[in-house]
Design a protein around this ligand. Structure first.
Ligand code: PGA
Length: 255
């Protein structure tokens, strides 16, 4: 079995400023954590250029990610940002289909799949975010929801689409609530997702990193990350506190 390098990815959402970028870089500069964990920073788009400059100076190991992007190349699309623009500013990865894009801004699985393809074509690593609502879980429909979200990408991008990509399982009911999934519930979902990928390509399923997101904190990170199919986390609130974010990174290697 492949040893998958854990990933701990920050998602600042619509928060943060230049000072917070500086604080994060100061906390991580010179850290040995980079040898064992892939650390990802995703700031608001307006901070990416500054983050790129600062990481080049202080923490070149940090991966820079966009939170969202257009599925189109260019043109009359007021307020949108393209994959090429994110590439130019130094981004390496992009989150596709975050729960807030799907549930607050009504973005469909079909549109998410287009963004996923667009990212890959531009050379950005897509992180496909999936997850069921509380109601879907209560009705026993969690796995059918995950299936439809993942199938939308497979249908558009083909059976090998998860090669060079990541998945984040983020149950909607756990995001920003302070109530994470239990390690058992998260592991069950991650195993299901890996199984779906394995049905197409065993090798990709073995190497693809599947992150858990939803109320990850320093106190609960280790129990979640020690599950066999959980390869790290996508961190919202706790990523706004560099010390907490560092503790979560340490939890990914059992420190
Ligand atoms: P949270 O957010 O850690 O604040 O729950 C996670 C996410 O939305 O990616």
């Amino acid at each position: 079995m492949t040893k998958r390098k854990p990933v701990v990815a920050a998602n600042w959402k619509m928060n943060g400023d230049r000072r917070l970028v500086d604080d994060l870089m100061n906390t991580f500069q010179g850290s040995a954590i980079f040898q064992q964990v892939e650390v990802v920073l995703s700031t608001p788009a307006t901070l990416l250029d500054y983050s790129q400059q600062q990481r080049q100076n202080a923490c070149p190991e940090i991966v820079l990610a966009a939170q969202n992007m257009s599925h189109l190349d260019s043109g009359a699309h007021t307020g949108e940002l393209s994959a090429q623009m994110f590439k130019e500013v130094g981004c390496d990865w992009v989150y596709c289909g975050h729960s807030e894009r799907r549930h607050v801004y009504g973005e469909s699985s079909k549109l998410t799949a287009k963004k996923f393809v667009q990212a890959k074509e531009a050379g950005l690593v897509p992180v496909l975010c999936v997850g069921e609502t509380e109601e879907e879980r209560q009705k026993g429909k969690a796995f059918s929801r995950l299936t439809s979200q993942i199938e939308a990408v497979i249908n558009l991008a083909g059976k090998d689409c998860f090669e060079g990509a990541l998945v984040a399982y983020e149950p909607v009911w756990a995001i920003g609530t302070g109530n994470p999934a239990t390690p058992e519930i998260a592991q069950e979902a991650h195993k299901f997702i890996r199984g779906m990928i394995a049905a197409m390509c065993a090798e990709t399923a073995d190497s693809v990193r599947i992150l858990y997101g939803g109320s990850v904190k320093p106190e609960n990170a280790q129990a979640l990350f020690s599950q066999p199919d959980i390869d790290g986390g996508l961190i919202g609130g706790a990523a706004l506190k560099p010390e907490q974010f560092m503790s979560i990174c340490q939890a990914a290697v059992g420190q």
